[in-house]
Design a binder for this molecule. Structure first.
Ligand SMILES: Nc1ncnc2c1ncn2[C@@H]1O[C@H](COP(=O)(O)OP(=O)(O)O)[C@@H](O)[C@H]1O
Ligand SMILES: NC(=O)c1ccc[n+]([C@@H]2O[C@H](COP(=O)(O)O)[C@@H](O)[C@H]2O)c1
Length: 198
């Protein structure tokens, strides 16, 4: 299992490219597990508290991850994805789950499952610019980036650094192709290591 994080760092872009390059891989994206707007509380400034774990159905996300772990082949089939045979022996097939999200390392039950952790980081101004061209549901209200998203990013990142080690930090300013090549190489080496271990 491999993972990525930070809003607008390029997680979805990299995860989709990686999935195309790696046989028997699939993606679980944390964005798919946001609670309904009515269940997300506001802070004293009227900003909806979307950038916290409580805004997400982490139990549902975890149960999807667990069903992949129990039977990755069925999980792939249910999503119309394979499986593909890449080795003569079906027993030695490696299945890869790419988990992408902006708050995945802060959720301990999920964090402890990863074989590799990647964190794509970009500076404040680039993050703000990329985010301003995205439309979320609901859309970011004026001042949301400065008033909620970035302060919560700093808080969540600090918490993450106090509980998680072994994260590979990637520079999200690098071209998409360069990021893909670096991660692909690293992941393929890890897959070989896991295959030999089995
Ligand atoms: N390496 C990169 N260089 C420049 N722009 C990028 C890069 N990766 C992604 N982007 C752009 O940044 C925006 C957010 O990318 P996305 O993959 O959706 O981020 P995330 O999933 O981390 O929120 C998109 O417009 C995407 O095209
Ligand atoms: N339902 C939704 O998908 C939804 C709603 C409001 C905000 N968001 C934003 O999504 C961000 C995380 O997603 P990205 O990592 O794709 O940017 C969070 O910073 C959060 O503020 C998502």
């Amino acid at each position: 299992m491999f993972s990525f994080r930070m809003t607008n760092g390029g997680k979805s872009t990299l995860s989709r490219s990686l999935h195309q390059q790696i046989p028997n891989s699939c993606i679980i994206a944390q964005d798919s597990y946001f609670k309904d707007d009515s269940a997300v509380p506001e802070d004293s400034n009227g900003f909806k508290q979307y950038d916290i774990l409580d805004a997400l159905h982490m139990d549902t996300m975890m149960s999807d991850v667990d069903s992949w772990r129990r039977d990755p082949e069925t999980f792939l089939r249910q999503r119309g994805l394979g499986p593909e045979r890449t080795t003569p022996s079906a027993d030695r097939e490696v299945f890869v789950l790419i988990v992408e999200g902006f708050l995945i390392f802060n959720y301990r039950p999920l964090n402890e499952l990863f074989d590799k952790r990647y964190f794509i980081q970009i500076p404040y101004d680039v993050c703000k610019r990329r985010r301003s061209s995205r439309v979320y549901t609901p859309p970011d209200p004026p001042g949301y980036f400065e008033g909620h998203v970035w302060p919560m990013y700093l808080k969540n990142r600090q918490e993450m650094e106090s509980i998680v080690s072994g994260i590979v930090f990637l520079d999200g300013l690098k071209p998409k192709e360069e990021l893909l090549a670096a991660v692909c190489k690293d992941v393929c080496q890890e897959i070989e290591r896991l295959r030999e271990k089995d």
